[in-house]
Design a protein around this ligand. Structure first.
Ligand code: ARG
Length: 389
Protein backbone atom coordinates (compact mmCIF):
# COMPACT_ATOMS: atom_id res chain seq x y z
CA UNK A 1 0.00 0.00 0.00
CA UNK A 2 1.25 3.49 -0.81
CA UNK A 3 1.64 6.04 1.91
CA UNK A 4 0.64 9.69 2.14
CA UNK A 5 1.94 12.12 4.75
CA UNK A 6 -0.79 14.51 5.88
CA UNK A 7 -0.32 17.85 7.66
CA UNK A 8 -2.81 17.24 10.45
CA UNK A 9 -4.39 19.87 12.69
CA UNK A 10 -6.95 17.85 14.63
CA UNK A 11 -9.84 19.84 13.13
CA UNK A 12 -12.80 18.57 11.14
CA UNK A 13 -11.23 18.95 7.66
CA UNK A 14 -8.02 17.07 8.29
CA UNK A 15 -9.79 14.43 10.41
CA UNK A 16 -12.23 13.64 7.61
CA UNK A 17 -9.24 13.67 5.28
CA UNK A 18 -7.54 10.75 6.97
CA UNK A 19 -10.48 8.52 6.06
CA UNK A 20 -11.07 10.15 2.68
CA UNK A 21 -7.46 9.59 1.55
CA UNK A 22 -7.84 5.94 2.42
CA UNK A 23 -11.23 5.54 0.68
CA UNK A 24 -10.54 7.63 -2.41
CA UNK A 25 -6.88 6.82 -3.08
CA UNK A 26 -6.27 3.68 -1.06
CA UNK A 27 -3.46 5.34 0.90
CA UNK A 28 -2.11 4.50 4.30
CA UNK A 29 -2.07 7.82 6.11
CA UNK A 30 0.77 9.11 8.29
CA UNK A 31 -0.16 12.32 10.11
CA UNK A 32 2.21 15.11 11.15
CA UNK A 33 1.75 18.13 13.33
CA UNK A 34 4.52 20.69 13.55
CA UNK A 35 4.66 22.62 16.80
CA UNK A 36 5.41 26.24 15.95
CA UNK A 37 3.99 27.45 19.23
CA UNK A 38 0.27 27.16 18.46
CA UNK A 39 -0.42 26.32 22.11
CA UNK A 40 -2.71 23.39 21.49
CA UNK A 41 -3.04 20.08 23.25
CA UNK A 42 -0.65 18.15 21.02
CA UNK A 43 -1.10 14.93 22.96
CA UNK A 44 -4.86 15.04 22.37
CA UNK A 45 -4.27 15.77 18.68
CA UNK A 46 -2.01 12.74 18.43
CA UNK A 47 -4.65 10.54 20.06
CA UNK A 48 -7.28 11.89 17.72
CA UNK A 49 -5.11 11.20 14.67
CA UNK A 50 -4.83 7.56 15.69
CA UNK A 51 -8.52 7.40 16.46
CA UNK A 52 -9.52 8.63 13.02
CA UNK A 53 -7.28 6.07 11.36
CA UNK A 54 -3.71 7.32 10.98
CA UNK A 55 -1.26 4.40 10.97
CA UNK A 56 1.40 6.62 12.54
CA UNK A 57 1.59 10.14 13.89
CA UNK A 58 4.51 12.55 14.31
CA UNK A 59 4.61 15.57 16.61
CA UNK A 60 7.59 17.72 15.71
CA UNK A 61 8.75 20.49 18.01
CA UNK A 62 10.04 23.14 15.61
CA UNK A 63 9.61 26.22 17.82
CA UNK A 64 13.30 27.03 18.03
CA UNK A 65 13.86 26.45 14.33
CA UNK A 66 10.82 28.57 13.53
CA UNK A 67 12.07 31.51 15.56
CA UNK A 68 15.72 31.35 14.60
CA UNK A 69 15.46 30.50 10.91
CA UNK A 70 12.21 32.19 9.94
CA UNK A 71 11.19 34.85 12.48
CA UNK A 72 14.66 36.36 13.05
CA UNK A 73 15.18 36.98 9.32
CA UNK A 74 11.72 38.59 9.26
CA UNK A 75 12.73 40.95 12.08
CA UNK A 76 15.94 41.85 10.26
CA UNK A 77 13.82 42.61 7.18
CA UNK A 78 11.21 44.59 9.20
CA UNK A 79 8.70 42.41 7.41
CA UNK A 80 5.19 43.86 7.35
CA UNK A 81 3.17 42.84 4.29
CA UNK A 82 1.26 45.78 2.89
CA UNK A 83 2.58 47.82 5.78
CA UNK A 84 0.59 45.85 8.35
CA UNK A 85 0.91 42.06 8.53
CA UNK A 86 4.02 40.56 10.20
CA UNK A 87 3.67 37.35 8.12
CA UNK A 88 3.02 35.13 11.12
CA UNK A 89 1.15 32.39 9.24
CA UNK A 90 3.18 32.90 6.07
CA UNK A 91 6.49 32.24 7.81
CA UNK A 92 5.39 28.91 9.27
CA UNK A 93 4.35 27.34 5.96
CA UNK A 94 7.72 26.67 4.34
CA UNK A 95 8.91 25.16 7.62
CA UNK A 96 5.89 22.85 7.87
CA UNK A 97 6.35 21.91 4.20
CA UNK A 98 9.99 21.07 4.85
CA UNK A 99 9.02 18.82 7.75
CA UNK A 100 6.36 17.08 5.64
CA UNK A 101 8.99 16.30 3.04
CA UNK A 102 11.40 14.98 5.70
CA UNK A 103 8.75 12.64 7.09
CA UNK A 104 7.68 11.58 3.60
CA UNK A 105 11.28 10.54 2.89
CA UNK A 106 11.60 8.71 6.17
CA UNK A 107 8.33 6.86 5.63
CA UNK A 108 9.04 6.29 1.92
CA UNK A 109 5.71 7.88 1.13
CA UNK A 110 4.73 8.72 -2.42
CA UNK A 111 2.50 11.69 -1.60
CA UNK A 112 1.87 14.52 0.83
CA UNK A 113 -1.47 16.14 1.62
CA UNK A 114 -2.63 19.35 3.29
CA UNK A 115 -5.92 20.85 4.42
CA UNK A 116 -5.78 24.20 2.62
CA UNK A 117 -8.63 25.48 0.53
CA UNK A 118 -8.25 26.72 -3.02
CA UNK A 119 -8.85 30.32 -2.02
CA UNK A 120 -5.89 31.17 0.13
CA UNK A 121 -2.15 31.75 0.20
CA UNK A 122 -1.26 28.74 2.29
CA UNK A 123 -1.83 26.24 -0.55
CA UNK A 124 0.63 28.26 -2.63
CA UNK A 125 3.23 28.34 0.14
CA UNK A 126 3.00 24.62 0.86
CA UNK A 127 3.03 23.48 -2.72
CA UNK A 128 5.73 25.77 -4.08
CA UNK A 129 8.02 24.62 -1.25
CA UNK A 130 7.20 20.92 -1.59
CA UNK A 131 7.65 20.95 -5.35
CA UNK A 132 11.00 22.67 -5.03
CA UNK A 133 12.28 20.29 -2.35
CA UNK A 134 10.76 17.06 -3.62
CA UNK A 135 9.50 17.25 -7.21
CA UNK A 136 8.70 13.55 -7.27
CA UNK A 137 6.14 13.70 -4.45
CA UNK A 138 2.49 13.85 -5.43
CA UNK A 139 0.62 16.69 -3.71
CA UNK A 140 -2.99 16.18 -2.71
CA UNK A 141 -5.26 19.00 -1.51
CA UNK A 142 -8.51 17.19 -0.65
CA UNK A 143 -10.49 20.33 0.23
CA UNK A 144 -9.93 21.62 -3.31
CA UNK A 145 -11.02 18.28 -4.73
CA UNK A 146 -13.86 16.96 -2.65
CA UNK A 147 -16.25 19.94 -2.81
CA UNK A 148 -17.98 19.01 0.45
CA UNK A 149 -19.96 21.59 2.40
CA UNK A 150 -19.42 21.68 6.12
CA UNK A 151 -22.71 19.79 6.58
CA UNK A 152 -21.59 17.09 4.15
CA UNK A 153 -18.29 16.80 6.00
CA UNK A 154 -20.14 16.33 9.27
CA UNK A 155 -22.27 13.63 7.56
CA UNK A 156 -19.12 11.94 6.29
CA UNK A 157 -17.61 12.06 9.74
CA UNK A 158 -20.73 10.49 11.26
CA UNK A 159 -20.81 7.75 8.66
CA UNK A 160 -17.27 6.69 9.53
CA UNK A 161 -17.57 7.21 13.26
CA UNK A 162 -15.14 10.15 13.27
CA UNK A 163 -15.64 12.04 16.49
CA UNK A 164 -16.13 15.78 16.01
CA UNK A 165 -16.17 18.53 18.56
CA UNK A 166 -18.83 21.16 17.84
CA UNK A 167 -17.47 24.46 16.55
CA UNK A 168 -17.45 27.13 19.24
CA UNK A 169 -17.09 30.08 16.88
CA UNK A 170 -17.39 30.89 13.17
CA UNK A 171 -13.72 31.80 12.63
CA UNK A 172 -10.80 30.15 10.88
CA UNK A 173 -7.81 30.55 13.15
CA UNK A 174 -4.13 29.89 12.69
CA UNK A 175 -1.62 30.63 15.39
CA UNK A 176 2.05 30.31 16.22
CA UNK A 177 4.62 32.20 18.28
CA UNK A 178 4.72 35.11 15.85
CA UNK A 179 0.99 35.75 15.83
CA UNK A 180 -2.62 34.73 15.57
CA UNK A 181 -4.65 35.03 12.35
CA UNK A 182 -8.41 35.20 12.43
CA UNK A 183 -10.58 34.98 9.31
CA UNK A 184 -14.14 34.21 8.17
CA UNK A 185 -17.57 34.57 9.74
CA UNK A 186 -18.55 38.19 10.45
CA UNK A 187 -15.02 39.30 9.50
CA UNK A 188 -15.83 38.64 5.84
CA UNK A 189 -17.61 41.98 5.89
CA UNK A 190 -14.73 44.49 5.76
CA UNK A 191 -16.99 47.24 7.04
CA UNK A 192 -17.95 45.54 10.29
CA UNK A 193 -15.84 46.10 13.40
CA UNK A 194 -14.42 42.79 14.67
CA UNK A 195 -16.63 41.32 17.40
CA UNK A 196 -15.00 41.10 20.83
CA UNK A 197 -14.73 37.30 20.76
CA UNK A 198 -12.22 37.48 17.91
CA UNK A 199 -9.43 38.48 20.27
CA UNK A 200 -7.65 36.15 22.65
CA UNK A 201 -4.09 37.36 23.00
CA UNK A 202 -4.71 41.06 23.42
CA UNK A 203 -6.71 43.04 25.94
CA UNK A 204 -9.31 45.44 24.66
CA UNK A 205 -7.34 48.73 24.75
CA UNK A 206 -10.30 50.38 26.45
CA UNK A 207 -9.97 47.94 29.31
CA UNK A 208 -6.16 47.71 29.38
CA UNK A 209 -4.23 49.06 32.39
CA UNK A 210 -4.31 52.84 32.60
CA UNK A 211 -0.63 52.95 33.61
CA UNK A 212 1.97 52.66 30.87
CA UNK A 213 4.61 49.95 31.04
CA UNK A 214 8.18 50.36 29.80
CA UNK A 215 10.05 47.48 28.18
CA UNK A 216 13.67 47.59 27.09
CA UNK A 217 14.66 45.29 24.24
CA UNK A 218 18.31 44.54 23.51
CA UNK A 219 19.35 43.65 19.96
CA UNK A 220 22.59 42.00 18.91
CA UNK A 221 23.25 42.16 15.16
CA UNK A 222 19.57 42.56 14.47
CA UNK A 223 18.40 39.77 16.77
CA UNK A 224 16.49 40.45 20.00
CA UNK A 225 18.42 38.86 22.86
CA UNK A 226 17.15 40.39 26.11
CA UNK A 227 14.13 42.01 27.67
CA UNK A 228 14.61 44.42 30.57
CA UNK A 229 18.21 43.27 30.89
CA UNK A 230 17.34 39.61 31.10
CA UNK A 231 18.88 37.36 28.45
CA UNK A 232 16.42 35.01 26.80
CA UNK A 233 16.40 32.65 23.87
CA UNK A 234 14.13 33.61 21.01
CA UNK A 235 11.24 31.34 21.94
CA UNK A 236 11.16 32.57 25.52
CA UNK A 237 11.64 36.21 24.58
CA UNK A 238 8.84 36.24 22.03
CA UNK A 239 6.42 34.29 24.27
CA UNK A 240 6.96 36.65 27.15
CA UNK A 241 6.72 39.78 25.00
CA UNK A 242 3.43 38.46 23.57
CA UNK A 243 2.07 38.38 27.10
CA UNK A 244 3.43 41.75 28.23
CA UNK A 245 2.33 43.66 25.14
CA UNK A 246 -0.92 41.71 24.83
CA UNK A 247 -1.89 42.82 28.31
CA UNK A 248 -1.70 46.43 27.07
CA UNK A 249 -3.79 45.71 23.99
CA UNK A 250 -0.82 46.11 21.65
CA UNK A 251 -0.69 44.13 18.40
CA UNK A 252 -4.22 44.20 17.03
CA UNK A 253 -4.30 44.46 13.25
CA UNK A 254 -7.31 44.87 10.99
CA UNK A 255 -6.78 45.39 7.29
CA UNK A 256 -7.74 44.43 3.77
CA UNK A 257 -5.09 42.20 2.28
CA UNK A 258 -4.25 41.28 -1.31
CA UNK A 259 -3.88 37.54 -1.55
CA UNK A 260 -1.53 35.88 -4.02
CA UNK A 261 -4.53 34.39 -5.82
CA UNK A 262 -5.94 37.84 -6.53
CA UNK A 263 -8.65 38.06 -3.90
CA UNK A 264 -8.95 40.95 -1.52
CA UNK A 265 -9.59 39.67 1.94
CA UNK A 266 -10.33 41.22 5.32
CA UNK A 267 -7.87 39.90 7.86
CA UNK A 268 -7.57 40.32 11.59
CA UNK A 269 -4.43 39.48 13.52
CA UNK A 270 -3.03 39.62 17.01
CA UNK A 271 0.75 39.95 16.92
CA UNK A 272 1.89 41.77 20.08
CA UNK A 273 5.53 40.69 20.13
CA UNK A 274 5.92 41.07 16.38
CA UNK A 275 4.60 44.62 16.33
CA UNK A 276 6.86 45.63 19.25
CA UNK A 277 9.99 43.97 17.90
CA UNK A 278 9.65 45.27 14.36
CA UNK A 279 8.95 48.79 15.63
CA UNK A 280 11.98 48.61 17.93
CA UNK A 281 14.25 47.07 15.31
CA UNK A 282 13.33 49.64 12.67
CA UNK A 283 14.01 52.40 15.12
CA UNK A 284 17.42 51.06 16.07
CA UNK A 285 18.36 50.80 12.40
CA UNK A 286 17.58 54.50 12.05
CA UNK A 287 20.14 55.24 14.73
CA UNK A 288 22.98 53.18 13.26
CA UNK A 289 22.55 52.99 9.49
CA UNK A 290 23.24 55.85 7.12
CA UNK A 291 20.38 57.46 5.23
CA UNK A 292 21.62 55.78 2.06
CA UNK A 293 21.55 52.38 3.65
CA UNK A 294 18.11 53.03 5.14
CA UNK A 295 16.57 54.16 1.88
CA UNK A 296 17.94 51.26 -0.08
CA UNK A 297 17.06 48.76 2.64
CA UNK A 298 13.44 49.83 2.58
CA UNK A 299 13.17 48.46 -0.96
CA UNK A 300 14.99 45.29 -0.05
CA UNK A 301 12.76 44.77 2.99
CA UNK A 302 9.63 45.37 0.96
CA UNK A 303 10.69 42.83 -1.62
CA UNK A 304 11.71 40.29 1.03
CA UNK A 305 8.29 40.49 2.69
CA UNK A 306 6.49 40.25 -0.59
CA UNK A 307 8.38 37.12 -1.62
CA UNK A 308 7.70 35.41 1.69
CA UNK A 309 4.04 36.38 1.68
CA UNK A 310 3.71 35.09 -1.85
CA UNK A 311 4.94 31.60 -1.07
CA UNK A 312 8.40 32.07 -2.52
CA UNK A 313 10.52 31.30 0.55
CA UNK A 314 12.56 28.88 -1.56
CA UNK A 315 13.17 31.44 -4.31
CA UNK A 316 16.91 32.19 -4.48
CA UNK A 317 16.25 35.94 -4.49
CA UNK A 318 15.25 35.69 -0.83
CA UNK A 319 18.72 34.56 0.10
CA UNK A 320 20.32 37.09 -2.23
CA UNK A 321 18.43 39.87 -0.44
CA UNK A 322 19.41 38.38 2.91
CA UNK A 323 23.08 38.66 1.98
CA UNK A 324 22.59 42.42 1.85
CA UNK A 325 20.39 42.51 4.94
CA UNK A 326 22.87 40.45 6.99
CA UNK A 327 25.67 42.87 6.13
CA UNK A 328 23.62 45.83 7.39
CA UNK A 329 22.79 44.01 10.63
CA UNK A 330 26.44 43.95 11.74
CA UNK A 331 25.82 47.32 13.40
CA UNK A 332 22.24 46.82 14.54
CA UNK A 333 23.09 46.25 18.19
CA UNK A 334 21.87 48.27 21.11
CA UNK A 335 18.85 48.89 23.27
CA UNK A 336 15.41 50.25 22.52
CA UNK A 337 13.00 51.44 25.15
CA UNK A 338 9.32 50.88 24.43
CA UNK A 339 6.34 52.39 26.14
CA UNK A 340 3.19 50.30 26.04
CA UNK A 341 -0.07 52.01 26.70
CA UNK A 342 -3.65 51.15 25.78
CA UNK A 343 -3.15 49.58 22.39
CA UNK A 344 -0.08 51.63 21.51
CA UNK A 345 3.60 50.92 21.38
CA UNK A 346 5.92 53.91 21.23
CA UNK A 347 9.67 53.96 21.02
CA UNK A 348 10.81 56.46 23.63
CA UNK A 349 14.54 55.78 23.75
CA UNK A 350 17.34 54.08 21.85
CA UNK A 351 21.09 53.66 22.29
CA UNK A 352 23.88 51.83 20.52
CA UNK A 353 27.66 51.68 20.46
CA UNK A 354 27.26 52.14 16.68
CA UNK A 355 25.05 55.21 16.95
CA UNK A 356 25.64 57.78 14.20
CA UNK A 357 23.83 60.39 16.24
CA UNK A 358 27.05 62.22 17.11
CA UNK A 359 27.83 65.85 17.65
CA UNK A 360 30.37 66.09 14.82
CA UNK A 361 32.30 69.22 13.99
CA UNK A 362 29.65 71.34 12.39
CA UNK A 363 30.51 74.66 10.86
CA UNK A 364 27.29 76.60 10.36
CA UNK A 365 28.98 79.10 8.08
CA UNK A 366 29.42 76.55 5.26
CA UNK A 367 25.74 75.66 5.21
CA UNK A 368 24.82 78.56 2.95
CA UNK A 369 27.24 77.45 0.19
CA UNK A 370 25.88 73.96 0.42
CA UNK A 371 22.32 75.18 0.04
CA UNK A 372 23.14 77.20 -3.12
CA UNK A 373 24.48 74.05 -4.78
CA UNK A 374 21.83 71.76 -3.38
CA UNK A 375 19.05 73.80 -4.93
CA UNK A 376 20.90 74.60 -8.16
CA UNK A 377 18.91 72.52 -10.62
CA UNK A 378 15.62 73.34 -8.99
CA UNK A 379 16.41 77.02 -9.20
CA UNK A 380 17.44 76.67 -12.87
CA UNK A 381 14.11 75.07 -13.66
CA UNK A 382 12.18 77.93 -12.11
CA UNK A 383 14.33 80.56 -13.76
CA UNK A 384 13.82 78.97 -17.14
CA UNK A 385 10.09 78.53 -16.82
CA UNK A 386 9.72 82.17 -15.77
CA UNK A 387 11.67 83.30 -18.83
CA UNK A 388 9.56 81.22 -21.16
CA UNK A 389 6.30 82.50 -19.75
N1 ARG B 1 -4.03 35.79 5.35
C1 ARG B 1 -2.97 35.27 6.15
C2 ARG B 1 -1.86 34.77 5.27
O1 ARG B 1 -2.06 34.58 4.13
C3 ARG B 1 -3.41 34.28 7.18
C4 ARG B 1 -3.78 32.90 6.76
C5 ARG B 1 -4.16 32.14 7.97
N2 ARG B 1 -4.84 30.93 7.76
C6 ARG B 1 -5.98 30.59 8.41
N3 ARG B 1 -6.42 29.38 8.26
N4 ARG B 1 -6.64 31.41 9.16
O2 ARG B 1 -0.75 34.57 5.71
Amino acid sequence: MEKVVLAYSGGLDTSVMVRWLKEKYGFEVVTVIVDVGQQEDLKAIEEKAKLVGAIKHYTIDAKKEFIENFVFPAIKANALYEGKYPLSSALSRPLIAKKLVEIARKEEASAVAHGCTGRGNDQVRFEVTIEALAPDLKIIAPVREWKLTREEEVEYAKKYGIHITPKKHPYSIDQNLWGRSIECGPLDNPNQEPPKDVFEWTANPEEAPDKPEYVTVRFEEGIPTAINGENMDGVELISSLNKIAGKHGVGRIDHVEDRVVGLKSREVYECPAAICLIEAHKDLEKLVLTRHELMFKEWVDLYWGWLVYSGLWVEPLREDLEAFIEKTQERVSGEVRLKLYRGNVMVVGRSSPFSLHLEPEYDQSIASGFIRLWGLQTKSFHLKSKRER
